[in-house]
Write a protein that binds this ligand. Structure first.
Ligand SMILES: [Zn+2]
Length: 224
């Protein structure tokens, strides 16, 4: 990979990190971002950095097994979750992972009720997801239980990714309960669009749930 391309990829990663920080999606140094390079290598944010001030020196090279290359820096604790997406989805060029409170709370509550996927449907904003042409679309985001053992978590996620990689509907993202969301794209613009759309869709879903509860039994009163 030439230096110019590498520089532009670094700037892309800084851009998505700052975007997520401005939106409040990566509190307290959480979240991580990566890009696919050549030769089964990825560039990923290092562990424990404030994403609002992420800079080129906070990015490091790792191989597809998550091992640091030419660096004493510590890669993000969740590096294996990035490499498995790159291995499974050849079109994924960038990955963004954020810890918004709405994604953490919703995934936690649903999984606690035994619901293992979030169904997003009926929203115009679904069309911001790559390949989606209409609001009459159901986006299904798998929800996995959180786990500090990332190898164990990756092993749990892999069969689901494998199954969905071969399905007709593209997978855009998944959730980890009480934790956050992983999404990816073939370009940085697409990846940022997915972050923005999925964050808003999740907030819309929560708002809809709350309003539906408030409106229960009041339908008659508002009918004219
Ligand atoms: Zn995380």
């Amino acid at each position: 990979m030439n230096v110019l391309n590498l520089d532009s990829i670094k700037q892309d990663l800084i851009r998505v990190a700052h975007f997520c920080a401005v939106k409040g999606l990566v509190p307290a140094t959480s979240g991580n971002f990566s890009a696919r390079l050549e030769n089964q290598e990825i560039l990923i944010s290092v562990s424990g950095k404030d994403k609002a001030t992420l800079a080129e020196g906070d990015l490091m090279l790792v191989d597809f097994l998550g091992r640091a290359k030419d660096s004493n820096l510590k890669p993000s604790a969740e590096t294996l979750l990035h490499t498995q997406v790159y291995r499974t989805f050849p079109n994924a060029k960038f990955i963004a992972h954020f810890h918004s409170s709405s994604s953490a709370v919703l995934s936690k509550v649903l999984l606690k009720q035994g619901i293992k996927a979030l169904k997003l449907e009926g929203f115009e904003l679904l069309k911001a997801l790559s390949g989606v042409q209409t609001h009459e679309y159901t986006e299904i985001l798998p929800i996995f239980p959180n786990n500090q053992d990332i190898e164990e978590l990756a092993d749990l996620i892999q069969p689901v990714l494998d199954k969905l990689a071969n399905s007709e509907k593209p997978l855009h993202a998944y959730l980890i309960a009480g934790h956050g969301l992983y999404t990816w794209g073939s370009t940085m613009s697409e990846t940022i669009r997915h972050v923005d759309a999925l964050n808003t869709l999740i907030e819309s879903y929560l708002l809809e749930m709350q309003l539906n509860k408030v409106m229960q039994g009041k339908e008659e009163a508002v009918k004219v």
